[in-house]
Write a protein that binds this ligand. Structure first.
Ligand SMILES: [Ca+2]
Length: 307
C-alpha cells in the first residue's frame, strides 16, 4: 500500500542560492525556473556545466541570471524583451540537436509566446509563436522522437507545433479537437505509450493518449477550480495529481491492467499551483506549492501489509 503523508510546511524554502538578488518569494506570480546547459570541448575533453535561472515576472521585467562559479552566486546576465513578454505565465526549457532553448508562454493579448536560443554568450529570440492568443501554458515533448510543443490558451484549443529540422523552427501541426478552455498540458509516458494530462479550471480535466496521428480521450476527471494536473512517477509507480481550489486535491494512480488512472488519495491543499516530486537519499517527497497557504511537503510511503 502506498500513501502520501503530509510532513507539514517547510521552515524555510527560500533557495539559498538566490535569495539576495531574486527575492522571488515576495514577487507575485513569479515563475522561477532553473535549467542546466552543458558544453563539451571535444579535443581537450574539458567538460563544464553552466547554470542559469530565468526569472519571468509580471512587474519589473524578466531577466536571466547566470551562476558565477568564482563568486559563488548568480549574476544578472540579460533582460528579456518587454515588447514580446508582457505577462509571462509559464517557462519551459529544452534541447534540440545539442542546442539549448527556452520558451515563455505569454498570456497578454499584446505579447507573444517566444522561443529563445543560447548562442554561446546569451539567449536571443529565435521564434515567436501564436500572437494574440493569450497563452497560459507551454509543454515541450517528443512525439515519435520528434520535438513538439503544445500551447494552451484561454482563447482557443491547445495547438501542437512540430520542429522543422530544415528551417529550425516550429510549424503548426494540428490542434486538440473539442477541448476549449484548457489551462495547461503535461505529458507522461507509460512504456512506449504517450499520454497528456489537460487541466481545465472548471468542468472536466482529461487524460488523452497519442494514437499515432492525434490525441484521443482516455479519461475524464471532474475539476473544481483546477490549475494543475501533474503526472509524476515515484519508482515504478505512475501517478497524476489534480489540484483543486474548491475541493480536495485528488491523487490518481496508474492501473496497468486497466490502462488508466484510478482514484487513490485525497489531499487537503489550499489553492495548489504546482507539484514537484523530489528524491533525497532514496526517500521520495512531493512538494506542493500553494497560492494561499503554506507549501506542503508529502512523503511517499510503502507500507508492507503482509503481516
Ligand atoms: Ca508548462
Amino acid at each position: 500500500m502506498l500513501r502520501l503523508l503530509p510532513l507539514g510546511s517547510p521552515p524555510a524554502l527560500t533557495p539559498r542560492l538566490s535569495q539576495r538578488q531574486l527575492a522571488f518569494s515576495s514577487a507575485p506570480h513569479t515563475t522561477l525556473l532553473i535549467s542546466f546547459h552543458q558544453y563539451h570541448n571535444g579535443y581537450a575533453l574539458v567538460f563544464f556545466v553552466q547554470l542559469f535561472i530565468i526569472v519571468a515576472q509580471l512587474f519589473g521585467g524578466s531577466h536571466i541570471y547566470k551562476r558565477d562559479t568564482s563568486a559563488n552566486k548568480f549574476i544578472k546576465l540579460q533582460g528579456i524583451d518587454v515588447l514580446k513578454i508582457r505577462k509571462p505565465n509559464d517557462v519551459e526549457t529544452f534541447r534540440i540537436d545539442g542546442e539549448s532553448f527556452f520558451i515563455i508562454a505569454d498570456s497578454s493579448k499584446a505579447g507573444s509566446t517566444t522561443i529563445y536560443k543560447w548562442n554561446g554568450n546569451g539567449f536571443y529570440s529565435h521564434q515567436s509563436l501564436h500572437p494574440w492568443y493569450r497563452d497560459t501554458d507551454v509543454e515541450y515533448l517528443e512525439i515519435s522522437s520528434k520535438p513538439h510543443l503544445i500551447l494552451s490558451s484561454s482563447s482557443q484549443r491547445p495547438v501542437i507545433y512540430q520542429w522543422n529540422k530544415a528551417t529550425k523552427h516550429f510549424d503548426r501541426r494540428t490542434d486538440i479537437p473539442e477541448m476549449e478552455d484548457v489551462y495547461a498540458v503535461k505529458h507522461f509516458q507509460v512504456k512506449s505509450d504517450l499520454y497528456i494530462c489537460l487541466t481545465r479550471f472548471i468542468g472536466d480535466s482529461k487524460v488523452m493518449r497519442w494514437d499515432g496521428a492525434l490525441f484521443r480521450e482516455l479519461q475524464t476527471m471532474p475539476s473544481r477550480g483546477s490549475m494543475v494536473f501533474q503526472p509524476f512517477t515515484v519508482g515504478s509507480w505512475q501517478y497524476a495529481i489534480l489540484g483543486s481550489d474548491y475541493s480536495f486535491t485528488q491523487v490518481y494512480r496508474w492501473d496497468a491492467k486497466k490502462g488508466e488512472f484510478v482514484r487513490f488519495q485525497e489531499l487537503n491543499i489550499q489553492a495548489p499551483r504546482a507539484f514537484s516530486p523530489v528524491s533525497i537519499d532514496n526517500r521520495q517527497f512531493l512538494l506542493a506549492s500553494s497560492f494561499k497557504g503554506k507549501t506542503q511537503i508529502y512523503k511517499h510511503l510503502v507500507i508492507d501489509l503482509s503481516n
